[in-house]
Design a protein around this ligand. Structure first.
Ligand code: ATP
Ligand code: MG
Ligand code: MG
Ligand code: MG
Length: 559
């Protein structure tokens, strides 16, 4: 590809409005253009890299008998009502109406669609197991779109769904997916860890998140260098120091949980006001425990509300954000709005002198303080880990690091098949609900995660597996006709074996070099003055040294 015919609008200045390293580099390298908050056009370099990531994902899905399909983006409301998620999904679900005033959602995930598809097609267990996947644009009206493609409102996901007539078969596919994900994230060049994602409340490993280690990550994970496995310390509980600071002095109170449908805001539902800046609640909703800490040290800036709503972690730092949250409808916050009763249960163990009736439906507790009412080790089955201690599996000292969730595997069981009547006839001719699993990879997020860990201060350094081109040929002096001809020939030659980007633009050498470093292709070949003597300068992007090579040796060097 000739760069003069490409569309790579690189920037000289560092963009000020970008909030993460990958976001800055992608803007600077001319890879993305923002249309609205969390909504981007993927420019050619990005598109090429996405294609490569998608190809790797396809190969690994096919290797475990995943079959590719393409489901609609527009989802009729009725299907989401069947699963109960039209209400429960809340404001993250993008909704729209057609010309007949019928409601639709723009798909944030496809359990409803795929379940509806199979209930019409599947009759017998003999057709199982089955794994379907797609690579598609997803829509989520994120509260805080940020970090470029890391948290978009429109993004690309690979989502797979598996169907089984027995647990053993689901376990097997889950295991295959887990391995496939490990291969995918290794192949694309990420330093990642698989993390058990739930608090242990559900028992066993029914979901894992794949976390790319990176400072910008929104989760904190404990890991060791000697093992591929890690723990998500935020999911499993609340960081100790924060909880310790809490001491509202108020007594624990058992209060009746209001009917969520009568509450117009979360503040009303939780009986919290912004002025009451120190308040804690621990509740349990279905299998998810929900913890809310609202704290403040008089200064509004210090007010921090941290909540764990099922799988969606929200970390609010500013007063305004808390206010926004409190005025949101309770139904918009995941599991909280779905299935009350809310109650405190054995999740919080060692609870000292707790009022009796702790497991009673329809009630919850407020002003629950760590250290006073319970010990922090008491969260689920989780034990707090300290940095530097030897890991339980002996794989080395524990380190803490931030992680980006690039993928998740999940055993759904019969949640959707029961709600939506997806049944098959088993060996004995009985109708049984199908067991399901779902498995997501954030394709566009993965691209950003790759940049977060593969760059230097001059730009991106693409891993070979996903690089948009293999080689960058540059003419140093556009006026040098002879060198240009030599570059032309080399471009055609190498083009037979490699994906070559040829910078034939009439730009100064300095501009070309800067762009080349920004774009970050694995090899750069400069055709300059020495070309007349049959020599070019070759440099690997990840090395500081360049070398002069006879043109005829270039091919051999690249191999
Ligand atoms: P998060 O916790 O970051 O909000 P999630 O748990 O809501 O992600 P899933 O429903 O598990 O996301 O979706 C599967 C994958 O899709 C995630 O692991 C992530 O890689 C990707 N993903 C989710 N939300 C976004 C987003 N807003 N922008 C880009 N990628 C996303
Ligand atoms: Mg998540
Ligand atoms: Mg999310
Ligand atoms: Mg997830």
């Amino acid at each position: 590809m000739r760069q003069s015919r490409m569309f790579i609008p690189t920037m000289r200045e560092t963009p000020q409005d970008a909030d993460s390293l990958s976001h800055r580099l992608m803007l600077k390298a001319g890879m993305i253009k923002q249309m609205a908050s969390g909504i981007y056009t993927y420019l050619p370099i990005t598109k090429l890299v996405l294609n490569n990531i998608e190809q790797i994902v396809r190969e690994e899905m096919n290797a475990i008998d995943g079959v590719e399909i393409h489901m609609p983006v527009l989802h009729p409301k009725e299907l989401w009502q069947e699963s109960g998620r039209w209400e429960a999904y809340g404001s993250e679900l993008m909704r729209m109406k057609d010309r007949h005033e019928r409601d639709f959602a723009l798909g944030p995930t496809h359990e409803e669609i795929v379940t509806a598809l199979l209930r019409d097609e599947l009759k017998s267990y003999k057709k199982l197991p089955l794994t379907l996947f797609q690579i598609q644009t997803k829509f989520r009206d994120e509260l805080r779109p940020r970090y470029g493609l890391l948290r978009g409102r429109e993004f690309i996901m690979k989502d797979a769904y598996s169907f089984h007539s027995n647990e053993a078969s689901l376990d097997e596919t889950y295991h295959d997916m887990y391995s496939a994900y490990s291969k995918i994230f290794s192949r694309v060049g990420l330093n990642y860890r698989a993390v058990e994602a739930d608090s242990g409340a559900i028992g066993g490993s029914h979901t894992h998140e794949f976390m790319a280690l990176a400072d910008i990550g929104e989760d904190t994970i404990a890991y060791t260098d000697g093992s591929n496995y890690a723990a998500n310390i935020e999911k499993a509980g609340c960081p100790v120091p924060e909880v310790e600071e809490l001491n509202s002095g108020r007594e624990v109170e058992k209060v009746a949980t209001p009917d969520v449908s009568t509450c117009s805001s979360l503040a009303e539902f939780l009986d919290i006001t912004l002025e009451e800046t120190t308040k804690t609640m621990i509740m349990r909703v279905d299998n998810d425990y929900v913890m809310i800490l609202l704290r403040g040290d008089h200064e509004l800036n210090d007010v921090k509300l941290k909540s764990h709503f099922g799988t969606d972690d929200i970390d609010f730092a500013t007063d305004e954000e808390i206010q926004n949250l409190l005025s949101a409808s309770p139904g918009s916050l995941g599991p909280v709005g779905t299935d009350l009763p809310v109650y405190l249960d054995h999740q919080v163990r060692n609870m000292q002198d707790y009022p009796t009736g702790a497991n009673e439906s329809g009630y919850h507790f407020i002003n629950v303080n760590h250290g006073r009412d319970f010990e922090v080790e008491a969260f689920g089955d989780f034990r707090f880990i300290t940095e530097g201690e030897m890991a339980q599996d002996g794989s080395g000292p524990v380190k803490f690091m931030r992680g980006i969730e690039v993928g998740q595997v999940f055993k759904l069981g019969t949640k959707y098949s029961e709600a939506m009547n997806l049944n098959v006839l088993d060996e004995n001719g009985r109708s049984v609900p199908v067991l399901m699993g779902c498995y997501g990879v954030g394709i566009s997020r993965t691209l950003s995660a790759i940049i977060e860990s593969h760059h230097d201060d001059r730009g991106i350094i693409w891993p070979k597996a996903v690089t948009p081109f293999d080689v960058h040929i540059i003419t140093a002096n556009p006026k040098d006709k002879e060198a240009a001809e030599i570059a032309e020939t080399l471009y055609e030659d190498l083009g037979k074996h490699y994906r070559v980007l040829y910078d034939d633009r009439k730009e100064r050498a300095g501009v070309k070099f800067a762009d080349s470093d920004l774009i970050g292709l694995p090899y750069r070949i400069v055709v300059g003055r020495a070309a007349k003597e049959g020599k070019v300068e070759v440099k690997a992007r990840d090395s500081e040294e360049s070398m002069e090579l006879p043109i005829d040796d270039v091919k051999q060097y690249l191999e």
